[in-house]
Ligand binder design. Sequence first.
Ligand code: SF4
Ligand code: SF4
Length: 97
Amino acid sequence: MTIAERLGTVNYRNQERRDARPHILVDTNICNTRCPHKATTYVCPANCYTLDEQGHVHFQFEDCIECGTCMYACDQGAVSWHYPDPEQGRGVNWNYG
Ligand code: SF4
Ligand code: SF4
């Protein structure tokens, strides 16, 4: 199974796609004006950070698997996390723990 196929099997608790709310906010103005390396576009396993043809960074949270990598990879202060409605147990439904 490829990585893309594996990522396609990820499901989320108590969260229909239409109800999804971002748990990661990215200030793409920082990405596109002063980030020298755009590290998150290389390290996110779910490809949530992408570069377009003009070299601009875009972020979409919907396929995030909550690995936390971008939190540590971004040294420019552009990434902030918060979990909306944690009491409802939203987020990735892990198979093991
Ligand atoms: S490392 Fe931070 S500032 Fe740079 S592209 Fe990624 S999120 Fe944006
Ligand atoms: S937490 Fe992991 S999967 Fe989610 S956006 Fe950050 S690097 Fe990508």
